[in-house]
Design a protein around this ligand. Sequence first.
Ligand code: NDP
Length: 249
Amino acid sequence: MAKRLVGKVALVTGASSGIGEATAIALAEEGARVAVTARRRDRLEKLAETLAALGAEPLVLEADLLDEAEAQRVVHETEAHYGRLDVLVNNAGVMYLEPVAEADLGRWRRMLELNVLSLIASTQAALAGMTARHDGHIVNISSTAGRIANPNAAAYSATKFGVVAFSEALRREVYKHGIRVTVIEPGAVATELRDHIGHAATKDALNAWADSMRQLQSRDVAEAIAFCVTRPPHVNINELLMRPTDQER
Ligand code: NDP
């Protein structure tokens, strides 16, 4: 089948593992040139070998996106390197779960800053180029937690509901410039995300819940993202909610 992203340039944040890594590969398989960013350069360099073998002419951008200036820099460096940015996948995120009464507010601040503010900053940086070309696609990764709020996930859900709200308002601002906005809301995906939960009881409960089902794989989400960004220019999939078959809520 013909590759559908030939001539396009993508930037994937949080590409050193999980959904972001799989998405970078899926977009490269469709013929895109792909820039990847995260903090773990070694993981990005390894991914870049795979991307190069696919002909994606990868650009590795090590960055800590907790700093919004860095979120803007990676967009501008991608544009400077390839001369354009067509598809921005705002995927970098963390999930710190704990009851509100016991929450470490410093941890929650970092989660709010990465999951929401950094996504806003990279989006803002991409708009000028996309508006000038009257073309572009911004894909924001939310979650089922952006649709349903569960105990012990109050702040994570606040970030992911925030991503949904931001994406819809953004779409309504930029559709007239030919820019598409898609928000992806996956259920449980088998990745490293849960490893960083600092509250032991919550972590154990969530791992038991996830282990009780056939979880989505990163590739499943990557294929959904690839589907959204390979629709004809007049088609904008605004929102894509996907769960493991075995997941109820
Ligand atoms: P991973 O932990 O595998 O990936 C998270 C990515 O974010 C990594 O590449 C990590 O790279 C990057 N990241 C974390 N902190 C920073 C930072 N400060 N600066 C730059 N990059 C950072 O988890 P997933 O693949 O599961 O998560 C990807 C997205 O999917 C997240 O937004 C998550 O909320 C969302 N999601 C995940 C679900 C799941 O069940 N797994 C379900 C629904 C949504 P590095 O550490 O190298 O910086």
